[in-house]
Design a protein around this ligand. Structure first.
Ligand code: CTP
Length: 416
């Protein structure tokens, strides 16, 4: 991944939110990486950071006014987005998001963004209820559909005293999204997975018992999301299919949100054909026969009986699909007989590689943790990867997939 923004010009839009102070650090990171930053402050943004601080850090005027004769003569509002290689909106308030989703041009920021045909990276920041409001969620869905990338928000304590989703990502995370944003075609073509498509499953599935209860598990999605990011950074066109998680969608990755195993299977089949499939999701093995109404307590009567049906095996389905990807990878959690169990799973599922987590040992994978101890099992070998971070596992898996694709292609061209 390129950490440099040498010769890149970034247009940063700062709208109203306490998180605006973090954008000052973002300007510093962009400048340090060699990028130039121009900044538009909305009226709300100006309540949290001053044009003076912003322009001192940017070493350039901070733009605030649509009707400024001086600004319009020197740098028209259309030129602001025209000149930018990248546009980032941080913090993106609920109001600015709504303006963008609905094509409104009410101030300099919304007018400049409406006059732009470039995809923007949007880092929302707002109160949890504003974020969860169906109107905001519909606006976010629209912006994604228009090709913008939404990063965050994350979960945590909020300035207003509430807790939940709505915190803007940290400046380092926004900077990482900028440096990993899809590069121009020529830059991307040099990457090892350029032109390849990948699908990755991640997170848990939730299977409804009744309208308010479900069977789920504690999968955080960290490993699957890290794999989607690593494949994207290697140049692949990635679709991530994820169950409900509290981490944000990876930058530059098309992310499909599902709840049940059936929905995950459908989204996977819709994403085929693909060159690579990695099934990292913790799919619930069973789904309850769903009750239409909430199950009520029945006095002294015995607890309700929940009938379970087996869920489809997504990894097995992809491995045996008529549009089977060239490389199919599955995961396994093993506490004993790792090699034998993983090899048996490899055959049973029909995939090419199983990343077996040794869960009984120190440093091993536990749901939600940042490290894992992987054994990479193929029909021909078992490779101990030693305990490492989930992003390092993702990178190592990506390298292994690249070698495996190279081998397949060499064999194919030798046979032709
Ligand atoms: N998997 C899947 N669809 C399912 C169940 C599992 O795609 N319905 C995938 C998972 O994403 C993972 C692998 O299959 O890649 C895990 O296989 P599984 O049989 O569930 O193994 P374990 O979780 O290790 O459990 P067990 O050995 O007890 O069966």
């Amino acid at each position: 991944m390129t950490q440099t923004l040498e010769n890149k010009s970034v247009l940063l839009v700062i709208s109203g939110g306490i998180a605006a102070y973090k954008s000052l650090e973002l300007i510093r990171l962009i400048k340090k990486a060699g990028g130039a930053v121009r900044c538009i402050l909305t009226k709300g943004g100006e309540q949290f950071v001053t044009p003076l601080s912003v322009s001192a850090l940017c070493e350039e005027e901070a733009y605030t006014d649509l009707w400024s004769l001086k600004d319009e003569t020197e740098m028209g509002h259309i030129q602001l987005t025209r000149d930018a290689d990248m546009i980032v909106i941080a913090p993106a308030s609920a109001n600015l998001i709504a303006q963008m989703a609905n094509g409104l041009a009410q101030d300099l920021a919304s007018t400049a963004l409406l006059a732009s045909d470039k995809p923007a990276i949007i880092a929302p920041a707002m109160n949890v209820r504003m974020w969860e409001n169906p109107a905001t969620q519909a606006n976010i869905a629209k912006l994604q559909e228009y090709g913008h990338t939404i990063i965050g928000p994350s979960e945590g304590d909020m300035a207003c005293g509430e807790y939940g989703m709505g915190r803007m990502l940290e400046p380092e995370e926004i900077f990482a999204a900028l440096t990993s944003a899809p590069q121009k075609k020529t830059e991307n073509a040099a990457k090892p997975l350029a032109g390849k498509t990948a699908l990755v499953t991640s997170g848990p599935t939730f299977e409804a018992i009744d309208p308010v209860r479900f069977i789920g598990n504690r999968s955080s999605g960290k490993q699957g999301h890290a794999i989607a990011t690593a494949l994207q950074q290697a140049g692949a066109n990635v679709t991530l299919i994820t169950g409900p998680v509290s981490i944000s969608d990876p930058a530059g990755v098309k992310t499909v949100h599902i709840e049940t195993a059936q929905e995950m299977l459908k989204a996977c089949e819709d994403s085929l054909p693909a060159d690579i499939a990695v099934c990292a999701a913790a799919v619930s093995d069973w789904a309850p026969k769903q009750h239409e109404q909430k199950i009520k307590k029945r006095g002294d009567a015995s607890p309700p009986h929940i009938e379970l049906n087996e869920n489809p095996d997504i990894l097995k389905t992809i491995s045996n699909h008529k549009n089977r990807p060239s490389v199919v990878v599955g995961f396994a959690a093993e506490t004993e007989n790792l090699e034998d169990n993983a090899k048996a799973k490899l055959t049973r599922k029909g995939c090419d590689m199983i990343l077996a987590n040794l869960v009984a040992q120190e440093g091993a994978e536990v749901f939600g943790q940042d490290k894992g101890h992987i054994y990479c099992v193929t029909a021909a070998s078992v490779d101990n990867w030693q305990p490492m971070s989930k992003s390092a596992i993702a990178k190592k898996l990506t390298d292994t997939i690249i070698s495996s694709l190279d081998e397949t292609e060499t064999i194919k061209s030798a046979a032709e």
